[in-house]
Design a protein around this ligand. Structure first.
Ligand code: HMG
Ligand code: MG
Length: 302
């Protein structure tokens, strides 16, 4: 099995990480977090979601967050959009990259977006067309790819089919979400093999939540298949409000430590990443979930 020489880390802490936080986090704190993540060398940092504020109040200030960010060369700030209304808001706020999201199970689709999978494909078709017409980058997320909290097992062939639909719709990249973090390495690896039959391997990213502590092992299985894009969340923040019991995304510090150890280049600096993680953990009043962050901060303090 080979290993890629370079991996792009997509930092989702300020969006996926914070969307589930019950305590309102001010736009200024989000901006400071994102700036620290950029300073750490992360080049793709999800900055918010133009979803319905009734559904996810924590993301209601995404306009303010985008307005407050500094443009750094080579750094992008993608945002999620759930419909045309969300796309209009995102474009007005200056977003250059957007994400659309569908589910591989009917129940999760209803819970997360109040519509069936077919309806969400129909809803996103004009969103992606309009985003592409405006020259935006578009990523398509597929959720519950390794299991659904309401329906259990999910067919990898169906995930591949949906990934193909998003790709043909115009999405430049696909993110495969283990929303509830139930996957195990053989399943994760087999999913990549199957999805790569329908869309180019180079555009497939993995987005693993770490509920069962399998996300790093699952990521390694995917790296060995040639995956070069990993979504992760600083300090291991996160969860989805519509996936009960789901933990945060795999921690960026943990992924970086593993990739550094494997000699895979990311351009991310661990010390500065730790500063970003410590900043948001102090603000939230709890230690980072990341084991690497815990170990390295104990070492720093010694
Ligand atoms: P709905 O209630 O069916 O929508 O929600 P609606 O069109 O009937 O609108 C209801 C109200 O919301 C209206 O306001 C709209 O104007 C407003 P009212 O007339 O009642 O005053 N509205 C909006 N306002 C601002 N921006 C918008 C917008 N859209 C509608 N864009 C909808 C349908 C899709 C909008 C809703 O279900 C929604 O926003 N869902 C998003 C849920 C969400 O953000 N989930 C987390 C992100 S996905 C995720 O975390 C998974 C991922 O990480 C990958 C993984 O882990 O698997 C990506
Ligand atoms: Mg997620």
């Amino acid at each position: 099995m080979s290993m890629p020489s370079d991996v792009t880390l997509i930092e989702v802490g300020a969006r996926d990480g914070l969307q589930n936080e019950p305590k309102a986090v001010s736009a200024n704190i989000k901006i400071e977090l994102i700036e620290k993540l950029a300073a750490a060398g992360l080049s793709v940092i999800e900055a918010g979601a133009f979803v319905s504020p009734k559904w996810v109040p924590q993301m209601a200030d995404s306009e303010e967050v985008l307005a407050g960010l500094t443009a750094h060369p080579g750094v992008s700030y993608p945002v999620l959009v759930p419909n045309l209304q969300g796309l209009s808001r995102a474009v007005a706020a200056g977003a250059r990259d957007v994400g659309v999201f569908i589910s591989a199970s009917e129940s999760f689709s209803q819970k997360n977006t109040n519509c069936s999978i077919a309806e969400s494909i129909e809803r996103f078709t004009p969103v992606v067309a309009e985003a592409k017409a405006q020259g935006l980058g578009v990523r398509g997320y597929v959720s519950v790819v390794l299991g659904c909290p309401y329906e259990g097992d999910v067919d990898p062939g169906y995930v591949a089919e949906l990934s193909g639909v998003l790709h043909r719709m115009g999405c430049d990249a696909i993110s495969l979400g283990d929303t509830v973090g139930v996957g195990t390495p053989a399943k994760a690896g087999a999913l990549i093999d199957r999805v790569a039959e329908d869309v180019p391997l180079g555009i497939i990213g993995i987005h693993f939540h770490d509920t069962y502590g399998q996300a790093l092992a699952n990521s390694l299985a995917c790296l060995e298949r040639g995956v070069t894009v990993i979504d992760s969340s600083v300090a291991g923040l996160g969860g989805c409000p519509y996936a009960p019991g789901a933990a945060g995304n795999v921690a960026t510090e943990d992924v970086l430590y593993m990739l550094d150890g494997l000699g895979v280049k990311t351009g991310v600096d661990m010390d500065k990443l730790m500063d970003a993680g410590q900043f948001i953990s102090d603000y939230l009043g709890r230690p980072p979930v990341s084991k690497v962050a815990q170990a390295l901060s104990a070492k720093r303090a010694a």
